[in-house]
Design a protein around this ligand. Sequence first.
Ligand SMILES: Nc1ncnc2c1ncn2[C@@H]1O[C@H](COP(=O)(O)OP(=O)(O)OP(=O)(O)O)[C@@H](O)[C@H]1O
Ligand SMILES: [Mg+2]
Length: 514
Amino acid sequence: MLSKLKSFGLQGIDGFLVEIETDLVGGVPHFELVGLGDTAVKEAKERVKSAIKNSGYEYPVKHTTVNLAPADIKKEGPIYDLGLAIGILTASEQIVNKKYKDFIFLGELSLDGTIKKVKGVLPMLISARSQGYTKFIIPYENREEASYISNIEIYAFRTLSDVVNYLNGMENFLYNYIVKTKSYSEIAKTTPNKLDFENVKGQKMAKRALEIAAAGGHNVLMIGPPGSGKSMLAKCFSGILPNLTFEEALEVTKIHSVAGELDLKKGIITERPFRTPHHTATTVSLTGGGVHSKPGEISLAHNGVLFLDEFPEYSRQLIETLRQPLEDGYITVARANQTITYPASFTLIASMNPCPCGNYGSKDRECTCTPTQIHKYLSKLSGPIMDRIDIHVEVDNISYHELSAENKEEPTSKIKERVDKARAIQLERFKNEKNFNNAKMSVPQTKKYCKLSKPCQDLMEIAFTNLKLSARAHDRILKVARTIADLEGTEEIQPNHIAEAISYRGLDRKYWSI
Ligand SMILES: Nc1ncnc2c1ncn2[C@@H]1O[C@H](COP(=O)(O)OP(=O)(O)OP(=O)(O)O)[C@@H](O)[C@H]1O
Ligand SMILES: [Mg+2]
């Protein structure tokens, strides 16, 4: 007999429908799986066979042909096991009720018939819902991530026999398996802050720069000698970022779910990611892709922070791969005969010493490097990369007087209040558009929302000529000025906003022109 049922697969972070067709005919017992499956899918037949037998059902002694459609998209991972088992049990009439046709089945099987968790349940459910599918059978362990999607029926089962009993009409135990929808606001709360700005003495310039970055979503490069507090400041940064909205949280969770990095007990990610890949990281681990395509560090930082400490220590190739995501907010990775796009819209916080000894440009320490050494060190960061970083700020050593002062520094919570206000203005500004923040303004939007008065234009002209700015740097200065005006609650950009935004582009000249 022929049976047909539905499952789902993943391409990038989006799901696609997979139909599992199972045909049982007489003849020499044999199992044939067609439809572009990878090794994990091909190995499914052994797992499915054992799971069926060990759950007390009969494995048909027939010629079994299984087709995974559409045949032109590669199917990865063990996600189809449950669907394959149900296909065989329906084709062999051990499941007689026809309601299996209504469901989408997701789950890996272990040999004893237990249903094991799979990656990417949340993104698959979201895609399936948008395509009009409403009923799902998923692994019990994935129930938390599934519980934030409303208007669909989800059943989370532990074993193959539980699923078969349910499909055969034994519904009395079902209550335990219905996944109830949860509300995001119940669990979303302010990011618990590990390190508070009140512990960072002095460094007013750097704190101000980070506040602007958080308010408008701008990238920051901190340059300064060893031990001046750059890493410390970066660690405080995520505490002043606005809370994740539900839509942002779903995007973040989708990516982490596909990468298999989701905390299955929590289900949904409510804090902005803070990723700190080491400078020895490979390009693939940063960009994603690879044999078992999965999102890389820059996508795991989506809607959050990518912190690259000791920036020039990363390989030139790795730094250059940041160009596309820094401009477009996504990354495209090539795989055998296809390309995959992952979201990668993050705030880059980079920190570095200005030279190998670390003291070049310091007001009170002697630099022992030669100009050639300094040049070589700084040239790791190309012009196009520097151009994409809106805010460059010096973090010099603080004095003993500042370090030992008893006065309290401003706490994270106070700074966050101002950031939240500036973000509220931006949400209102972009309510009918796709952006969340000023940094993501398109060229027409920059024109529309960053109109300059004559004095502001004059200032821009002087800076453009003197600092030899690119057109991109010009637009980025406007965006930063827009954010500074928003922090002040001012509708129109003022000359002092432009002047401050320009001041964050002065370091290229100080350090990179030697
Ligand atoms: N402004 C500051 N206020 C209070 N403590 C500070 C400050 N700056 C540095 N420190 C202390 O110095 C330590 C080292 O700072 P941090 O690691 O942030 O320096 P860094 O600038 O990243 O140095 P490197 O260039 O060597 O990476 C901090 O953990 C903290 O104890
Ligand atoms: Mg450091």
